[in-house]
Write a protein that binds this ligand. Structure first.
Ligand code: ADP
Ligand code: MG
Length: 258
């Protein structure tokens, strides 16, 4: 018994079996119940460890959760919508995209990370990356003639979060790896993209018009788009701190507090 249950492939059982066995003896469990309890324990622990690994690999910025996101600051995104994206997986199954546009400080990165975190907790695999970092990695891969396999490796992530796309790149080589990625994932694997400029400006940012159009086309074909054009949350909360000792924090808008 002890030998089998110390097998390194069953770490949870290894830890828990002496105590469970003692309890089973004491309470007179039938053998089937004891066995079921052991196996169930291993399965539950295995699921937990898996999610822990996925959380680790996701590289999400810390502390950005749906619970700490103030939805009153972004009237164009309802909490119900965000919760639905985090909980219902239909969009990930068909490789649909989520696009967050808006000026700096509007909460794009926070919301993207929060949705990513919720999805990891629901069993999906996610990678959060600054767009510039990923573009650099993909360019290095291309120099090694390994772009295709680098892009294919990202397939294991059901959702790839590209933060700050608009800052990414202005030259042809940089954008073309990005567009390679977009077309490789099209209708198979989801992207969540945050950007300061809406698509209308992309033609100016990216040098190759035809390539840009094709990429935009693929991105928006199955996409939910949030235009988060709100006051900077940072500026706003700094302003509210200045305004009022003694006032309850966080709810008043700039307009109503003047
Ligand atoms: P963006 O990516 O749009 O520039 P961020 O998500 O980085 O904006 O937000 C800037 C800071 O303000 C972050 O610390 C973020 O957590 C916070 N923040 C922004 N919007 C909200 C919000 N609606 N509720 C809570 N915190 C927010
Ligand atoms: Mg950001």
């Amino acid at each position: 018994m002890g030998l089998v249950l110390s097998d390194p492939r069953l770490p949870a059982i290894k830890l828990a079996w002496p105590e469970l066995a003692a309890r089973a003896d004491k309470e007179g469990w039938p053998a089937a119940r004891f066995l079921a309890a052991l196996v169930e324990h291993e399965i539950v622990e295995r699921g937990r460890r898996r999610i822990e690994r996925h959380l680790d690999e996701a590289r999400l910025p810390p502390g950005k959760t749906l619970a700490t996101f103030d939805f009153t600051a972004t009237p164009m995104v309802s909490k119900a919508q965000a919760m639905a994206l985090a909980a219902r997986d239909a969009w990930l199954e068909k490789g649909a995209n989520l696009l967050l546009f808006g000026g700096p400080g509007g909460g794009k990165t926070h919301l993207a990370a929060a949705i990513g975190l919720a999805l990891v907790e629901n069993g999906w695999r996610v990678l959060f990356t600054r767009t510039t970092d990923l573009v650099q990695k993909l360019q290095a891969a291309r120099r090694d003639l390994a772009l295709e396999s680098a892009v294919a490796k990202l397939d294991k992530y059901h959702l790839l979060i590209l933060d700050d796309l608009a800052y990414a790149s202005k030259d042809q080589a940089e954008t073309s790896v990005l567009f390679e990625l977009i077309s490789a994932r099209y209708e198979r694997r989801s992207l969540l993209i945050t950007a300061n400029q809406p698509f209308a400006d992309w033609g100016r940012i990216f040098p190759d018009q035809a390539m840009t159009l094709a990429a935009v086309d693929r991105l928006v074909h199955h996409a939910t788009i949030f235009e988060m054009n709100v006051d900077s949350y940072r500026r706003r909360s700094a302003f509210e701190r200045v305004r009022g000792p003694g006032r309850p924090p966080g709810r008043a808008t700039l307009k109503s507090s003047t």
